[in-house]
Design a binder for this molecule. Structure first.
Ligand code: ADP
Ligand code: MN
Length: 335
């Protein structure tokens, strides 16, 4: 199995790799992250979170190329590791952006506290300063980095972490607009002074339903996070959506289907003659959707039973919801 660097990496440390077909992501991981993914898979307390984290396929011990690793299918894919004596395991995850033709990708770092218990006093002081001097402390988020496809040239344009680190909370709506540009000419501009962005973005009629559905998923993520007692330090929301107009429009059909399904379910509930349905996690319900949102990066996430949810992370998720609402309201004035 050959691996190549992940070209669509928008944040974090260098060294994230992907398989040549792009389906799997391989990233150096500390035991904390491995055990987090294992707990999520086995501990029923984490069930609400499962739909919102990347699929975890196991760990690999890598040294250079792994030639004789094998992929066994049958329910779960299993990667049998070949031990070459390295002590740091690589983690194998589903690559969230793989199924998109032109993935626009945003990494939003969540939380107000950016150090964990293991941090030295120096590191702690440094991370407190970073939180204070960026949007993190006040809003619970920082735009870590993003890529947005330029449609004429067909290449993704990267906004590096220096941007997200330099802005103030008042600039966040502008940051969100940069990640969700509306292609020009906008069919329903509501603000005359809005400068049309050429070369990037989706037409409003495609972007709006994506934003609305994405908002709903993030509200569900908030709900899941509020039920789980953990401290997620340095974790992110990874948002991906399709910048290829045709593909995105095609993907919207899945959204419509899902809405119809929901309506049918509601009707069935009213009749109260439905058996318990088995729409559990595992069912690839959202295949083909023109966007995806997942929580990633659990390198410093701790489970803290009895201590309540991570308020700083919840604050961050609330900020994202508010920003999305504002972005939606700019184009869609239903009150
Ligand atoms: P780090 O500890 O280096 O911050 P992350 O887990 O945050 O590691 O990953 C770094 C970057 O790699 C992310 O910003 C994102 O661009 C990419 N990435 C991580 N996990 C995934 C995934 N499951 N699918 C797609 N891209 C991912
Ligand atoms: Mn990260």
């Amino acid at each position: 199995m050959n691996t190549v660097p992940l070209s669509s990496q928008v944040g974090g440390h260098a060294g994230v790799m992907t398989t040549e077909d792009g389906s799997l992501l391989i990233k150096p991981s500390l035991p904390v992250e491995v055990s987090f993914y294992q707990s999520v898979g086995t501990d029923p307390g984490f069930a609400p979170l499962r739909p919102f984290i990347p699929r975890f396929y196991g760990t690999l011990k890598l040294e250079g190329q792994v030639d004789n690793s094998e992929v066994v299918e049958g329910g779960e894919i299993k990667l049998t590791s070949i031990n070459n004596g390295m002590n740091k395991d690589d983690i194998v995850l589903e690559n969230i952006s793989c199924r998109f033709h032109k993935p626009n990708i945003l990494d939003i770092k969540l939380g107000t506290i950016l150090y964990d218990d293991e941090a030295s006093p120096e590191k702690r002081a440094r991370m407190e300063k970073t939180a204070r001097e960026t949007t993190s402390l006040e809003t619970g988020i920082r735009l870590t980095g993003f890529q947005v496809y330029h449609l004429e040239s067909g290449v993704p344009i990267n906004t590096p972490k220096t941007y997200g680190k330099s802005i103030t909370p008042a600039d966040l709506p502008e940051g969100i607009s940069r990640f969700f540009p509306v292609a020009s000419p906008s069919p329903t501009p509501t603000k005359e002074d809005e400068t049309p962005i050429t070369g990037t973005g989706l037409p409003a009629k495609i972007l709006l339903p994506i934003l609305q559905s994405l908002r709903q998923d993030i509200a569900d993520i908030r709900d899941a996070l509020s039920q789980i007692h953990m401290r997620m330090v340095g974790g992110s929301l990874l948002v991906v959506y399709e910048a290829d107009w045709e593909r995105a429009e095609e993907g919207l059909k899945h959204l419509e289907e899902e809405l119809e399904e929901l309506e049918a379910e509601l009707e069935a509930e009213e009749d109260e003659d439905e058996d318990e349905d088995d729409e559990e996690e595992g069912k690839p319900k959202k295949v083909g959707m023109p966007y995806s949102v997942k929580l990633i990066d659990f390198a410093h996430t701790k489970i803290v039973p009895g201590e309540g949810p991570d308020e700083g992370v919840l604050k961050g998720v609330d900020t994202v919801l508010t920003l999305l609402d504002a972005r939606i309201a700019q184009y869609f004035c239903v009150q």
